[in-house]
Design a protein around this ligand. Structure first.
Ligand code: ZN
Ligand code: MN
Length: 438
């Protein structure tokens, strides 16, 4: 029986607000001395009352809009009850049946194949404290740092509509790019600002219904680990299904050392958490005009920016994507305005190949001047000699180019620029390279 993979992702993002979700403590907790940013509210002391952070709510609504969600005109917080030492109140303030945003989508693009991935919901909650397992005086102990307790956390739940690890990575990268474009989260996975949970199951190829089980994998903190965790689960579940059994509904952890998943616990259902409305925070009601005012604040998002660069400057989609990823769109646009007789594509290529950041750190006028064709400093003969030398120095790349890997032309232009210390005109270099390579 041939199987297909069904993947959904839950992504947690820490918001970059100044203060925490329900108190005035600083939310900037990374690398701070333990328990220096706490108060009765985020320590969950008896009688302390939460007061919601307006900025965090506005940013969650904005995020929902950027992810093409509908914004319900009524929303509320709920208590999610469970015991764990890093959760001082014995419950997490989260959102259950009335999240701030729902029913959206993002588009991913794998090898020119666009696909829409549905977003089930975008809700706001508070982060937990952090356990540190240490040895003190020869004793194994667990210490708790509450600096992270109650930092605003947005959770984005996708529909189970991804069918490979590559799609899941593309989706997670898109969510990260949107959050960064909105400047609402650093979304830095190494700092724990972005954390992934994978839901994965398998079904017979062609089956429309979702599989009757799903396995959750927690603590994934890099895109590489997301791929490894998916591969590890696909292998494990395929084995079980091959014996005619059904994988159990469980929560697994990802072990970064062994690159495999390990069983954490049986999966809870929503009813295990005894959700109920947070009695200390009244529900929220929005006017449609308030939502529209927020929508008007949306900046240009990565997809829109990419489409505009392609259209306005005749760049390829790949060039546009690299410039956005490297944060070089501003430099390009300013330089274009100074450049006479220099095509935007030439500037784009020079910036893309600018590995040491020398070009992009120049003032735009200087950068434009440095890229302008310099017929005097490099004769056609001298350039041809340089190009021939470089082609000989990189035979593998040259062969791959000839076999159709046209994108390698950028690599060769970069080499010419390096060899000529930026003296050659990139567009002339490209012409000579194309001629000599073929
Ligand atoms: Zn506090
Ligand atoms: Mn959550």
């Amino acid at each position: 029986m041939s199987l297909e993979t069904v993947i959904g992702l839950e992504i947690h993002l820490e918001l970059a607000t100044k203060s925490k979700m329900f108190c005035r403590c600083s939310a900037d907790h990374f690398g701070k001395a333990p328990n220096t940013q706490t108060c009765p509210v985020c320590l969950g002391l008896p009688g302390a009352l939460p007061y919601p952070n307006r900025q965090a709510i506005d940013w969650t609504l904005l995020f929902g809009l950027a992810l093409n969600c509908e914004i319900p005109l009524e929303a509320k917080f709920d208590r999610k009850n469970y015991f764990y030492p890093d959760l001082p109140k014995g419950y997490q303030i989260s959102q259950y049946d009335q999240p701030f945003a729902q029913h959206g989508w993002v588009e991913i693009d794998l090898d020119g194949q666009p696909k829409k991935i549905g977003i089930n919901r975008v809700h706001l909650e508070e982060d937990t404290g952090k356990l540190q397992h240490q040895i003190v005086d020869g004793q194994k102990v667990s210490l708790i740092d509450f600096n992270r307790s109650s930092v605003p956390l947005v959770e984005i739940v996708s529909e189970p509509q991804m069918s490979s690890a590559a799609e899941a990575v593309a989706y997670a990268r898109k969510i990260q790019a949107v959050a960064r474009a909105l400047k609402i989260s650093g979304a830095d996975m190494e700092k724990g600002q972005m954390r992934l949970e994978l839901n994965l199951s398998l079904r017979p190829k062609g089956q429309k219904e979702l599989p009757p089980y799903r396995v959750e994998v927690k603590n994934i903190n890099s895109f590489r680990f997301l791929e490894k965790a998916a591969a590890s689960e696909i292998k494990r579940q395929t084995k079980i299904l091959a014996t005619g059994k059904m994988p159990d509904q469980e929560t697994w952890g990802f072990d970064a050392q062994t690159k495999t998943t390990f069983l954490q616990r049986r999966k809870e259902d929503a009813h295990d958490y005894r959700y109920f409305p947070e009695p200390d925070i009244p529900p929220f009601h929005w006017q449609p005009a308030e939502i529209e005012a927020l929508r008007a604040k949306l900046p240009e998002l990565p997809d829109q920016k990419k489409a505009r660069l392609v259209k306005q400057y005749s760049l390829t989609a790949d060039q546009a994507a690299v410039l956005i990823k490297k944060n070089l769109v501003d430099v390009l646009e300013k330089t274009v305005s100074f450049a006479r007789g220099l095509s935007p594509a030439v500037i784009a290529n020079a910036l893309i190949n600018d590995r040491d950041g020398r070009l992009s750190s120049l003032p735009p006028a200087k950068l434009a001047a440095s890229l302008a064709p310099k017929t005097s400093s490099f004769s056609a003969e001298a350039l041809e000699a340089v190009v021939e030398k470089i082609i000989l120095a990189f035979p593998d790349e040259a062969q791959k180019y000839r076999q159709g890997k046209q994108a390698l032309i950028q690599f060769f232009i970069g080499q010419v620029m390096r060899e000529t210390k930026g003296q050659a005109a990139p567009d002339v270099a490209q012409k000579v390279l194309v001629k000599k390579l073929s």
